[in-house]
Design a protein around this ligand. Structure first.
Ligand code: SAM
Length: 233
């Protein structure tokens, strides 16, 4: 599957730094709470699979897919490090959100689209595909930037949190430098960050795809830089 090489360059530093960010962990906790008790959860644009383990704590089966081979390889490796019984409940597929992989044939109980929508060519194509794959009562959870992100501010505020918790050390600095260098291409070069949404505007857009019941919609993720929306079909 064709891929945007910026994501391959991003994979290592993403995997190293992002799970340490308090704002990322808070986003994950919110997203996971929305899918508690659901049988099958699709993690669309699963990246390096950072959501797999938390999702397995609340759902029976996780299907992650991503178009980028480097991200996906890390996701598969993360899955393979889980105990066998847990690993057997996770699939990692090649695919993109505009057209889900053929292996996702049945309607699913929940779909995550976390920090993916900003990068797709046409959000409406992706939202229509998500709506098509949700069973009635199924949930779609979306997060992403409300405006061009200020990553330096996210890092600064994260450092304050790490220092307050007494967990900040030199390994953070190295991971931060690598991540900011890799992220620069995505944030600064044109063509990667294409779409920004205020939560209310995204809710309206979702309504047009038949996803009308709003479970949550706020602009609080990532220190107020990102939207967090959950809708039910
Ligand atoms: C910022 S990462 C987020 C990864 C993961 N959702 C998370 O929250 O950790 C964005 C991911 O979206 C993937 N992506 C980009 N375009 C996509 C598309 N059209 N369909 C599905 N995934 C896509 C990238 O390959 C990358 O892994």
């Amino acid at each position: 599957m064709s891929q945007d090489p910026v994501w391959s360059a991003f994979a290592a530093s993403y995997d190293e730094l992002v799970p340490r960010l308090g704002c990322f962990r808070r986003m994950v906790d919110k997203a996971v709470a929305h899918v508690a008790g659901r049988a099958t959860v699709v993690d669309a644009g699963c990246g390096t699979g950072l959501l797999f383990e938390p999702l397995l704590g609340v759902a029976e089966r996780v299907v992650g897919f991503d178009p980028d081979a480097t991200m996906r390889d890390r996701a598969a490796a993360r899955r393979d490090r889980l105990p066998a019984a847990a690993a057997g409940r996770v699939s990692v597929l090649d695919g993109r959100a505009e057209r889900f992989p053929d292996a996702i044939a049945e309607p699913v109980d929940a779909i995550l689209l976390l920090n993916v929508l900003f990068n797709v060519a046409d959000p409406d194509v992706v939202l229509a595909e998500c709506a098509r794959h949700l069973r009635p009562g199924g949930r779609l959870i979306l997060t992403g930037p409300r405006q061009p992100p200020d990553l330096a501010a996210v890092i600064e505020r994260s450092i304050v949190e790490w220092r307050a918790a007494g967990t900040y050390d030199d390994s953070h600095r190295a991971a931060i430098d690598q991540h900011l260098a890799a992220a620069r291409r995505i944030v600064v070069e044109p063509g990667h960050m294409r779409h920004f949404f205020e939560p209310g505007a995204l809710v309206e857009r979702l309504r047009g795809h038949g996803l009308e019941r709003v479970v949550a919609a706020d602009g609080e993720d990532y220190f107020g830089q990102n939207f967090h929306v959950c809708v039910e079909r």
